[in-house]
Design a protein around this ligand. Sequence first.
Ligand code: TPP
Ligand code: MG
Length: 373
Amino acid sequence: MTQELTAARAAAAASNAAAGSQSAVPAEAGSHALRHQGLYPSEPATISADEGLMLYRDMTLGRRFEDKCAEMYYRGKMFGFVHLYNGQEAVSTGVIKAMKLQHDWFCSTYRDHVHALSCGVPAREVMSELFGKATGCSKGRGGSMHLFSKEHHLLGGYAFIGEGIPVALGAAFTSRYKRDALGQADSDAVTAAFFGDGTCNVGQFYECLNMASLWKLPILFVVENNRWAIGMDHNRATSDPEIWRKAAAFDMAGEEVDGMDVLAVRGAAQRAVERARAGEGPTLLECLTYRFRGHSLADPDELRAAEEKEFWAKRDPIKQLGARLIADGHAREADLKEIGKEIDAVVADCVEFALAAPEPDSSELTRYIWAED
Ligand SMILES: Cc1ncc(C[n+]2csc(CCOP(=O)(O)OP(=O)(O)O)c2C)c(N)n1
Ligand SMILES: [Mg+2]
């Protein structure tokens, strides 16, 4: 079955190339690129000019925040492992901005900075957390992999892969329980759980898909398939590389989408959220994407082929959205430049704020571990 599908993908990719819609994929760009090239287009979201600019702003903030993190990390301002999100912005923005902020729930991984920003956690709080400062969203106790915000319904970043999925499931169960058992008719929050391709080989993924489908829980399982789990090629690690198809085994909706196209992701997310809110249960959404940097800032990124990186760099989700906004008459080049400048100011401000912020007080070392009065 997988082989058949792979052949169909190759044929679709070849015909896309022949039709001149995209250039041919060199073999060295890898099978993930080939699959992306052969993706069947899904119904994208329709957006107003304001929505388009909002999406552009969010993705630009994500990108420039991460670039600044790299700079700060190499200047010794951050400790431990730091995993950046460059390249994957269309997923965070496409899903989170299709949901209701401070109402719906979000659960991340160790690659969590940009999810937190899309959820509305102020850049000052995120950067402070990365510097281990008391003004951080986890009060300086968590650092890069453990961003958390009760106010913004961010259920956490998690260092262990798959660890957030059951937490997200619990949040989705809570929504249903409040409505069905406690009679709170307005309890309609949906939860989005983000995780990577490598994480789909972990037991918790399967257990949670089963339970979510059985109880028709309002949850989106969002797979950010960037081909790599550190240095492990997805195709070498899993029985069926098309993760979205695993939904069928659990009798739930599954969809694959171009994870470099924010409007495609937003369209798919809107459909999934609508189903979830209507009580029709979960969706497994596989977003085909790519990370532009190494696995973490400690990774020299020498493993991946130059042709592969080039293929994905050409599909930069921010550049694609910018071009689309201009083509649709939603923005001019100058408007996008202006947004870039605004975002640079936000990023510069959050660094300045975080550098000047106090360290956590040592007398408070044991606070925020247990629930307090
Ligand atoms: C339970 C567990 N096992 C192993 C690891 C080591 N580990 C850290 S990242 C990672 C790869 C995860 O890849 P993926 O899910 O594709 O996410 P990505 O880094 O690509 O975003 C692994 C195996 C871990 N953090 N937790
Ligand atoms: Mg991965």
